[in-house]
Design a protein around this ligand. Structure first.
Ligand code: NAD
Ligand code: UFG
Length: 337
């Protein structure tokens, strides 16, 4: 019996594959490599000293997805595969609805056909949209503000409806906050396609000389230093959260949305200062205008994860910044180099 990891070649997928293999699971990775490199999976194999099959398949091809379920004895699915750039989703909504929704539908049809009941889905804190109250609780009403976030909220609803019709299924909707950092070896990390949008990859690529500016988007938010506050979580903590979610699926039926965050917020300025301090680097950054669509503050309530999954994030912001820089220094051009 194996766990099917869709999008397993991506940033969170590779780190989770390491945690799953270390926990003794057999895995099958399905990815079309539209946003990742096959080389990332070579690193997973090298780090864990374990082998696993890789299926180069687009989830949007229903027949190909069915064939994977026919070929392997799949016990459960962790579904990372999807497009994730919020800004791009505003420009190309059809690509996002098509890829994320169709891909998930094909996966669910195959699971239904082959009687696979355990499902862990990569949702996102983006489903909350802008809320007045912090921390963000799982039962708050959802209010996504871009097509990417809409796909996540829609898939959550599809999964709730699917569970209602199939009460023996076990589904966990993991709402990630801001995943950052890298495997502590420095051999696995985030390797974004093209110029990065997210804060940590922008800091590391600026520090290594791949991009020529670093800007804080806005200094007039209602926060202590005026920059936005986010709940940054180490990608290995997140990976371990998936192993716990899978264990939960194996012993419960139902559908549960669960935040994966640290419960602590840090401002953009604090992140840059921490990165400079722990890595003993001096970076000259600018202050620019606000970026459209950014909520001033976002951080998780972590009680449900702690109660249901017996999981909590362990790694500090110092560690996130150290590991992110180790990865970038060892791999200045990412996997392909
Ligand atoms: P990523 O882009 O690194 O990985 C996604 C993987 O899915 C890639 O390897 C890509 O090639 C693959 N993929 C995309 N469409 C596919 C398709 N149709 N068929 C097969 N493979 C396909 O992203 P990530 O950061 O690892 O994110 C993983 C999941 O977590 C995504 O669903 C994302 O929306 C969600 N998420 C990410 C963040 C974040 O900040 N990284 C935050 C919240 C939620
Ligand atoms: N920021 C800067 N400068 C940069 C990049 C980002 O100041 O060069 C700021 C942003 O304005 C924001 C904070 O850093 O205040 C974090 O921005 P990111 O782009 O790293 O992350 P977001 O919080 O915007 O979004 C991320 C993922 C989403 C996911 C969300 C979940 O990109 O896909 O976390 O909370 F849904």
């Amino acid at each position: 019996m194996a766990i099917l990891v869709t999008g397993g070649a991506g940033y969170i997928g590779t780190h989770t594959c390491v945690s799953l293999l270390d926990a003794g699971y057999d895995i099958v990775v399905l990815d079309n490599f539209c946003r990742s490199s096959r080389l990332s999976l070579d690193r997973v194999k090298k780090l864990t000293k374990k082998d696993f099959p890789i299926e180069e398949i687009d989830l949007c091809h229903e027949e190909h997805v069915q064939q994977v379920f026919q070929k392997y004895d799949i016990e459960g699915v962790i579904h990372f595969a999807g497009l994730k750039a919020a800004g791009e989703s505003v420009q190309k909504p059809l690509n996002y609805y098509d890829n994320n929704i169709t891909g998930t539908m094909n996966l669910l049809k195959a699971m239904d056909e082959y009687n696979v009941k355990q499902f862990v889905f990569s949702s996102s804190a983006t489903v909350y949209g802008e809320q007045e109250q912090m921390p963000l609780l799982e039962d708050m009403p959802l209010a996504p503000i871009n097509p990417y976030g809409q796909t996540k909220a829609m898939i959550e609803q599809i999964l709730r409806d699917y569970h209602y019709a199939n009460p023996e299924t076990s589904i966990v909707l993991l709402r990630y906050f801001n995943p950052v950092g890298a495997h502590e070896s420095g051999d696995l990390g985030e390797d974004p396609n093209g110029e990065p949008n997210n804060l940590l990859p922008r800091i590391t690529q600026f520090a290594v000389g791949r991009i020529d500016s670093l800007t804080i988007f806005g200094e007039d938010y209602p926060t202590p230093d005026g920059s936005c506050i986010r709940d940054y979580i180490h990608v290995m903590d997140l990976a371990e959260g998936h192993v716990q979610a899978l264990a939960y699926c194996q012993t419960h039926t139902g559908v549960e949305a669960i935040n994966l965050g640290t419960g602590k917020g840090n401002s953009v300025l604090e992140v840059i200062q921490t990165f400079m301090r722990v890595n003993q680097l001096q970076l000259s950054f600018d202050i620019g205008p606000r970026r459209e669509g950014d909520a001033p503050i976002s951080y998780a309530s972590t009680q449900k994860a702690s109660k249901l999954l017996s999981w909590q994030a362990k790694r500090t912001l110092d560690q996130m910044c150290l590991d992110a820089w180790r990865w970038q220094q060892k791999n200045p051009q990412g996997f392909e180099a």
